[in-house]
Structure formats: C-alpha cells, structure tokens
Design a protein around this ligand. Sequence first.
Ligand code: HEC
Length: 158
Amino acid sequence: MQTWRWKFSLGAAAALAASIALMAAVKADDLASVVAERQAGMKAMGGKLKEIKAFAESGAGQAEASADAAVLVATAKSIPGWFPVGSGLDSFSGKTAAKPEIWNDQAKFKAIAATFQADTVALQQAIAAGDKAGASSAFEAMGREGCGACHGAFRAKT
Ligand code: HEC
C-alpha cells in the first residue's frame, strides 16, 4: 500500500513537471512570436514613411500620406504591448535587438512610446488638413522624439 502510494505520487509529480515544462515551452513560443510580430510591425512603419515624406516636401499625394499616417497612428498604440517581460535580447540573443533597458527603465520607455503616439496623431492631423509645412515639422518631430529617441535608448545596434 505504502509503495503504491509512493509510486502514485511520484507519477503525479512527473506529470506535473512535464506539464510545467510544456507550459514553459508554449510561453517561449509566444514570446518568439511577439518578437516576430513587433519586428514586422516596425518594418511596416518604416515602409510608410516614404509617401508621408513626399507629401511633407511637395504637398503631393495627400491621400496616400493620409492612409500611411493612419497606419502609424494604429501601430503606435500597439507598441507598448509588444514588449512583454522576457522578450529582450538577454532571452532571445541574436533574434531581437530589444535592450534590457526597456524593462529596467519602463518609465522612460513608456514616456517615449506615449510621445510617439501623440506625434503620429499630430502628423495625421496636419496631413488631413493639407498642411504641408505642419506635416513637415510633425514628421521631423516624430522621427526625432519617437523612432529616433526610442531606437537610441532601447534598440541595440546589430
Ligand atoms: C517606443 C520605442 C520605439 C519606437 C517609438 C519606434 N521603435 Fe522601431 N524598434 C524599437 C525596438 C526596441 C526595436 C527592436 C525590436 C526587436 O528587434 O525585437 C525596433 C526595431 C525597428 C526596426 C527593425 C525591425 C526588424 O526587422 O528587426 C525598424 C525598421 C523600426 N524599428 C522602425 C521604426 C520606425 C520607422 C519608427 C517610427 C515611425 C519606430 N521604429 C519607432 C523601438 C521603437
């Protein structure tokens, strides 16, 4: 009877350990897909800048620039959710350029992300108003305070 019990609890413990290991594996998969998703999202934003820049410089292509700015606005809102704990380069070395400072200095990271959000909205509004000069300065501010500031502090050079 005692032996049976002991064997039973040993089996239960092994099953529990296996399911914990499985959970950890699923979690690592989730984090890897978050990394892939944010890199694709960042790349997509990069692809939206050309037509916006063209409008800011020449006033041409307002409709295209508007559509692109809408993507930036929507994407900016997603950015804070793209960086769960454990998805930095200390866990995914060689796969991500997300520096540990993102989690060590959350206040700064969130502040830049919020500034970026506001900048994308200002840019969208200037384009919607057909304001070439306003779009030009909003574009410059977004690049400096948003993309540039965040990359400078939180994205490792690869
Ligand atoms: C709040 C921070 C933040 C903002 C704002 C931000 N980025 Fe990023 N970006 C990052 C981080 C961190 C990485 C590294 C992500 C990784 O490798 O997992 C990155 C990576 C990238 C990449 C490389 C993606 C790849 O394929 O690996 C591109 C391109 C990029 N960003 C473009 C932009 C552009 C353009 C803007 C502005 C319109 C912008 N980002 C705004 C933090 C930011």
